[in-house]
Design a binder for this molecule. Structure first.
Ligand SMILES: NC(=O)C1=CN([C@@H]2O[C@H](COP(=O)(O)OP(=O)(O)OC[C@H]3O[C@@H](n4cnc5c(N)ncnc54)[C@H](O)[C@@H]3O)[C@@H](O)[C@H]2O)C=CC1
Ligand SMILES: O=C(O)C1=N[C@H](C(=O)O)C[C@H](O)C1
Length: 247
């Protein structure tokens, strides 16, 4: 499998380059960064392109790569329903019928399972909030993972017909964090950290904490390689690594 890396000079991109080079069933094709022409990536040299760039450019990159006729694996954050709809539309017009795009806010197994467990647990508690903590070089807040987890919690609670979470705070106090799909999300940026998430769940007299710690970017690589191997088996748009795991 020939894999090209977009954002190859970045923190994640450079790890993906090394992981692809070390994988026996993969061959590193092109390394593309911001000053390179993305249209050099094509089916002549690439089976899967992996995008780890920045939230402002990833949609345009994906649309270009779809037009180029290659499958795409995306780890960059900043996605919303409108952007995902644009990807679906582009796939409907893609050069190949079976073309595929896979987007994951997090490729680490601990983070994917934390999100999954949060969805199982959330209906059993009156309160649920998310705290994410990252390195201070991160551009976006809250993290893509925390936004995804908030939606997971909200969806599980809607399905279970849960009552609104108790909160006597008057007004929209910034100290209560961002509110994503009705779930409070708090973001910490701290030198020394990498990527961490806690889901706090509370009932009268008890608390449960689900926590994922990604100390090193190595934690994301098995998931990225799994996505590269699986993406071609799932034509269209797939979101979330849980879709490729037997959960
Ligand atoms: N899904 C996951 O498991 C993970 C996702 N991320 C996300 O991945 C993204 C990248 O994170 P980092 O590698 O830490 O950022 P970074 O800033 O180290 O790397 C971004 C790279 O993209 C390049 N770039 C910018 N515009 C470009 C363009 N138009 N075409 C090609 N390359 C371009 C930059 O020059 C840079 O080399 C972020 O959105 C981050 O949140 C990070 C870690 C894990
Ligand atoms: O920027 C990062 O570092 C990370 N970004 C992703 C996110 O925003 O959720 C995944 C992981 O948390 C690391």
């Amino acid at each position: 499998m020939r894999v090209s890396v977009v954002g190859a000079q970045g923190r994640m991109g450079s790890h993906v380059v090394a992981a692809v080079e070390a994988a026996e069933d993969m061959q590193l094709a092109l390394q593309v960064d911001s000053s390179d022409d993305l249209t050099q990536v094509s089916p002549e040299n690439t089976d899967v392109a992996v995008d780890f760039t920045v939230p402002d450019v990833t949609l345009d990159n994906v649309l270009t790569l779809i037009k180029q006729g290659v499958n795409v694996v995306v780890g960059t954050t900043g996605w919303n329903d409108d952007k995902l709809a644009q990807v679906r539309e582009a796939l409907a017009q893609a050069p190949r019928k079976d073309q595929a795009v896979f987007i994951a806010p997090n490729f680490a197994i601990s983070a994917v399972l934390a999100d999954y467990f949060a969805g199982i647990a959330a209906p059993y508690f009156e309160s649920a909030e998310v705290i994410e903590a990252h390195h201070p070089n991160k551009l976006d807040a809250p993290s893509g993972t925390a936004v995804h987890t908030a939606h997971t919690i909200a969806q599980a609670r809607r399905q279970a017909d849960c009552a609104p979470m108790p909160d006597a705070t008057v007004g929209n106090e910034p100290s209560r964090g961002d509110v994503v799909d009705g779930v409070h999300v708090h973001a910490v940026r701290l030198r020394g950290l990498n990527a961490h998430e806690e889901i706090l769940l509370g009932n009268p007299g008890e608390q449960m904490i689900i926590r994922s710690d990604c100390f090193d970017r190595a934690s994301f690589m098995p998931g990225v390689l799994l996505a590269c191997r699986k993406v071609g088996e799932h034509p269209g748009l797939t979101v979330g690594l849980d879709q490729f795991l037997d959960l």
